[in-house]
Design a protein around this ligand. Structure first.
Ligand SMILES: C[S@@+](CC[C@H](N)C(=O)[O-])C[C@H]1O[C@@H](n2cnc3c(N)ncnc32)[C@H](O)[C@@H]1O
Length: 334
């Protein structure tokens, strides 16, 4: 080191080259001093913000390190996780292509429930109507094996053609639950608000038909504001009741009956739904069951149950071979 310094003093120290080096060093020192001065002069808020950003960045790095992740792991995980999402949703997305090309349905889609979903539904309804789950399952199977009802629905859908907006398949989705409740409860009066094409009406009247054959007669009342509603409700099911055309609240107010089974499926605004429950509350029998077809969207049946000291349960549909994620049934009972 000593020798290098001696050589420097002898041959380099007084040259222009050494002077240029010293000048660069002086500039660097000046620049550092100026930066420190500017930083000291920077407004407190600006400095605090920079400080917080640096701390957040350091904390993020620490978290990353503590999870054992680095950038390449993050990229690898991204693809793994993206594939996970795709695999998870594929069973729902896959049927959509075929459905888009072949189905004529634009709303109120029809499908079957998965077998597992039907078993869960039967267990849940067993609690509501207080009969064994095996019996409820048997009622559901009875509907699914009802070839006359299916034939009647399919014939009518075919007769209506494309403008009917239904596929000629007779699949009842969550309405198998409505049927099982109607079969187990043996209601004297069923009201369904919102009939639309009449798939639910046909299912409920099929239950009443069987109940009648077993010595438990009952009557169906549907309400709908649309005069064309109810086209799937054909003989012999139509003889089990009637459709009251006009605003549902007005029809319900004029109806002087004791209700054993009430199904809300008309105007799906929360306020209208709540108004229907409040209107029928004094007309419910002691054993009445109230079903909500919109309980996957609103909390009105749950709130009604709370207001009136009733129980509440919710069932979520799992459609089989369909892109639709499913609706649900709200059930309120004593
Ligand atoms: C979702 S659909 C009913 C579906 C039917 N329950 C089924 O099982 O397929 C709703 C129906 O409610 C009717 N609706 C809407 N607002 C109404 C109101 N204020 N009074 C009576 N019916 C109404 C509509 O005309 C429509 O047909």
């Amino acid at each position: 080191m000593e020798q290098i310094l001696a050589l420097y003093r002898r041959y380099l120290r007084d040259t222009a080259f050494a002077e240029a080096g010293r000048s660069v060093k002086r500039s660097a020192v000046r620049m550092r001093e100026q930066l420190a001065w500017r930083w000291a002069e920077a407004p407190d808020r600006f400095r605090a913000r920079i400080g917080r950003a640096r701390e957040a960045w350091a904390a993020r790095r620490r978290r990353h390190v503590s999870h054992g992740a680095d950038t390449s792991t993050t990229i690898r995980n991204f693809w793994y996780r993206a594939r996970y999402i795709a695999r998870y949703y594929w069973p729902r997305i896959a049927p959509a292509g075929h459905w888009l090309l072949s189905s004529r349905e634009t709303s109120n889609f029809t499908y079957d429930l998965t077998e597992r979903n039907r078993s869960h539904l039967a267990s849940l309804i067993a609690l509501v109507v207080k009969v064994p789950a095996e019996q409820v399952s048997a009622y559901i199977d009875e509907l699914l094996a009802d070839e006359q009802l299916k034939r009647k629905v399919i014939e009518r859908v075919r007769a209506l053609g494309r403008q009917g907006g239904l596929d000629p398949t007779a699949m009842f989705g969550r309405r198998v639950g409505w049927y099982a409740v109607a079969r187990a409860l043996k209601p004297r009066v069923i009201i369904e608000t919102g009939v639309e094409k009449g798939l639910g009406a046909a299912v409920l009247c099929a239950a009443l038909l069987r109940n009648g054959q077993e010595g438990h007669p009952g009557r169906y009342f549907g309400t709908d504001i649309d005069r064309a509603a109810g086209m799937l409700l054909t003989e012999p099911y139509r003889t089990m009741g009637e459709i009251l055309y006009g605003d549902s609240l007005e029809s319900l107010a004029a109806l002087d009956v004791e209700i054993d089974l009430f199904i809300n499926d008309s105007d799906h605004s929360a306020s209208y739904e709540a108004a229907e429950y409040d209107l029928i509350a004094p007309k419910l029998s002691d054993r009445a069951v109230v079903l909500a077809d919109n309980a996957h969207v609103t909390d009105e049946l749950y709130l009604f149950a709370q207001r009136t000291g009733r129980q509440f349960l919710f069932f979520r549909e799992e459609p089989a071979n369909h892109w639709y994620l499913g609706a649900g049934i709200g059930l309120s009972f004593r």
